[in-house]
Ligand binder design. Structure first.
Ligand SMILES: [Mn+2]
Length: 345
């Protein structure tokens, strides 16, 4: 039995200015807190490997201090003897000094398509993976998969680690359910060969497990998305945030990969900040009416909420003044993050 902790899309560095001009609550520390919480099972010795499915960082150009802050939690896990595997996502590429990180004997990075082998209590796990590919993954996937060499050496079981959309994956935007279909950016479900116990992928921020293709037929391999560990946009306001643990059972006999299946998996929810989107028709309000509406509305929300107020209608200078950043800070509890969106109609 091999135990894996799989997390992705931590987006560290989000809202974390190192020289802030204004003192207010930032969301940056929340992202680091969720990262630390997600790694706790590894610190407790409950898993054999940690896999990060990409987008560790929130963008590709970041200060060295942030890279160091990001590395430390992974290093602590690796220092305890837990192997760490990282898929470079669309937000890293050149940002991370991968060679420096990979100099740690227990940290392994898929800087190019390749396969790492991990012997866990006598069971050989092949971890194949490749970094995010910008251009037409639909066309390139079969070749890139071959380049990993995933089936070149004997192993008892194998997983594929990546940072891409697979057809059939879905997002819920408002009341609408959006399903990813055929597109150059999307991997065809039929292109996954049997032989993997699981595909572990980052990129989609909504937790989901795909076991069926677009026609409703079972996929050769279950595809796991843990989703992001904190909410990065209001599209994610109703999504549970967390990470996955998976137990892989070897059923093979040490020949080419082909044995092994997921015996058990679990989604662990993290205490991500609650998010609310409020709507207000402000055109016929006075400044003081809008001010008290905002105050009253925020009073009813959890004090640590992340809030977006969408304002409909034409705004007079007096109304605009009420929703200035400084004014909002005086109206909202300082534990909240409040932003404004203007809806032109
Ligand atoms: Mn992401």
């Amino acid at each position: 039995m091999i135990r894996i902790l799989f997390l992705a899309d931590t987006h560290l560095g989000f809202d974390l200015p190192f020289k802030p001009r204004v003192q207010r609550r930032r969301r940056g520390p929340d992202f680091f807190q969720m990262f630390d919480l997600a790694l706790e099972p590894a610190h407790r010795g409950e898993v054999d490997a940690v896999i990060h499915g990409g987008d560790i960082l929130f963008r590709s150009k970041v200060p060295p201090q942030l890279v160091q802050m990001t590395f430390e939690p992974l290093q602590k896990v690796a220092d305890k003897g837990v192997s760490v595997f990282v898929v470079p996502g669309n937000h890293e590429r050149s940002a991370i000094p991968f060679r420096l990180w990979a100099s740690h004997p227990n940290i392994h990075i898929f800087v190019r398509p390749k396969t790492f082998y991990l012997n866990v209590r006598g069971i050989m796990l092949a971890l194949a993976g490749f970094p995010y590919i910008r251009d037409n993954i639909q066309q390139h996937f079969p070749r890139v998969l071959g380049q990993t060499g995933w089936n070149q050496k004997p192993a008892d079981t194998a997983v594929l680690c990546m940072h891409h959309i697979v057809e059939g994956a879905a997002l819920q935007v408002g009341s609408k359910f959006y399903v990813f279909r055929k597109n150059p950016d999307i991997i065809r479900a039929a292109d996954f060969p049997p032989g993997f116990a699981a595909v572990l992928s980052g990129h989609i921020h909504r937790f989901q497990v795909l076991t069926k293709d677009l026609n409703g037929n079972p996929t050769a391999v279950p595809i796991f998305y843990p989703g992001s560990t904190e909410r990065t946009s209001f599209v994610e306001k109703d999504e549970a945030k967390g990470y996955l643990t998976l137990e892989i059972e070897s059923t093979g006999s040490g020949s080419n990969p082909g044995g092994g299946k997921i015996k058990h998996w679990q989604f662990h929810e993290l205490p991500a900040r609650p998010m609310y989107q409020l709507e207000v028709q402000a055109a016929n309000m006075t400044a003081s009416q809008l001010e008290s509406w905002i105050k009253r509305s925020l009073e009813h929300l959890p004090r640590d909420s992340v809030v977006k107020i969408r304002i409909h209608g034409k705004m007079s200078p007096a109304l605009l003044n009420v929703v200035s950043a400084a004014s909002l800070r005086s109206l909202a509890p300082d534990t909240m993050n409040v932003t404004i969106g203007f809806v032109n109609n």
